[in-house]
Ligand binder design. Structure first.
Ligand code: CP3
Length: 355
């Protein structure tokens, strides 16, 4: 496979190297706000059939790149393919989000879990990565991803989406060593899963920790941070003579960004509840930062979107190490034209922040 990359702004920025402008990609950039995504999903039948079909997963990965001047592609898949591979039986009911046929709710159920053979159970993901790399042909880098063990664990234990996480919180209180064991199993599986994505061609990886900050800081460190640390320690960090940067995104991390920066990751995602200027102080410029415009801004006028881009760039300030993104995924109700306004504004306004 060719390793030439026409646009390596993202990879250079994640390593805090100087660049002429700020790179931009968007969490959930392939998704329901795009009519062409909805058409391809209908062609596949449903969301999981789309994930399991490498040609169609490649097609939806490419769709946002045809519309917008984005600096990266992100693999089309889901964080819940990992517990599915562990035998929990993932399914989606329309309008209800993800569910598991066999949630893991007792100590015995946790002890019965095994690290799956990722090549066998998740080969369709690695095939999608290879297909997307061929199709990208060096245009922009491809980001692979997985969920954090705690975030994935919330779905495994609660059996689906949750607001308050009663079952996993009870486990943390009453049998913390059982939850430690669950975190280790998911971390071990995730190391194999992400390393196989990297072997297949992923050029950077992101760990989505959507729910870690629902824990009290000490529990966050014990369950979410420690298990992400195990992943960072186990990942392939260089391939074909180029670094493979690791991005950790704990939504709502706030001052815990300081702990996250000490894991040895290359970059941290930041949501809109922390100013990038403050985030930069928390991490003492040890890592690159990615974010953090409120996704709700995309519902506003073009002028308001441009002003949001301008203030996000100004908050990070001058110098390398900022990847523009939203503070969380783009939502299905957004007008696709508005994302174009955002991307164009980053191209236009960001060179002033680089020498
Ligand atoms: O960013 C991308 O374009 C890549 C694809 C991607 C998806 N899910 C596709 C998807 C990524 C990176 C994810 C991550 C993910 N999945 C997270 C972490 C990030 C976050 O948003 O907090 C979580 C918690 C999940 C679990 C999940 N998957 C939920 C809760 C749902 C249903 C609710 C929702 O947001 O729609 C999904 C389904 C899902 N994953 C969809 C997509 C495009 C929508 C399914 C559909 O098309 O019907």
């Amino acid at each position: 496979m060719s390793t030439e990359l026409a646009n390596d702004l993202l990879l250079r920025t994640l390593m805090r190297e100087p660049v002429p402008r700020t790179p931009v990609w968007i969490m959930r950039q392939a998704g329901r706000y795009l009519p062409e995504y909805r058409a391809t999903r209908a062609q596949a039948g449903d969301f999981m059939s789309l994930c399991r079909n490498p040609e169609l997963a490649c097609e939806v990965t490419m769709q946002p790149l045809r519309r917008y001047a984005l600096d990266a592609a992100i693999l089309f898949s889901d964080i819940l393919t990992v517990p599915d591979a562990m035998g929990l039986g993932l399914y989606f009911e329309t309008g209800e989000g993800p569910k598991f046929e066999r949630p893991v709710q007792t100590a015995d159920a946790v002890r019965a879990l095994k690290v799956p053979d990722v090549e066998k159970e998740l080969g369709y993901v690695f095939e999608a990565v290879r297909t997307i790399r061929r199709e990208l042909n060096g245009k922009v880098p491809l980001i692979g991803f997985a969920g954090s063990p705690f975030t994935v664990g919330t779905y495994m234990v609660e059996g689906g989406s949750s607001r308050e996480f009663p079952t996993i919180r009870a486990l943390a209180q009453e049998s913390p060593e059982v939850l430690d064991h669950l975190m280790s199993l998911i971390a071990e599986t995730t190391v194999e899963y992400l390393n196989a994505q990297i072997e297949a061609g992923a050029q950077a990886v992101q760990i989505f920790d959507t729910w870690g900050s629902a824990l009290e800081p000490d529990d966050f460190r014990r369950f979410s941070l420690a298990s992400m640390q195990r992943i960072v320690d186990g990942l392939i960090r260089e391939k074909d003579g180029r670094k493979v940067p690791v991005i950790l995104f704990t939504k709502g991390a706030g001052p815990l960004l300081e702990d996250l920066a000490d894991t040895g990751c290359d970059a941290l995602g930041v949501d809109w509840t922390t100013e990038l200027a403050d985030a930069r102080r928390y991490v003492s410029d040890k890592v690159a930062l990615q974010g953090n415009l409120n996704p709700a801004t995309l519902r506003e006028s073009p002028e308001t979107i441009r002003a949001g881009v301008a203030s996000t760039l100004a908050s990070y300030g001058k110098g390398p190490g900022h990847v523009f993104n939203l503070g969380h995924g783009i939502t299905p109700d957004i007008d696709p034209e508005n994302l174009g306004v955002l991307v164009d504004a980053v191209h236009e306004l960001s060179p002033a922040y680089h020498d």
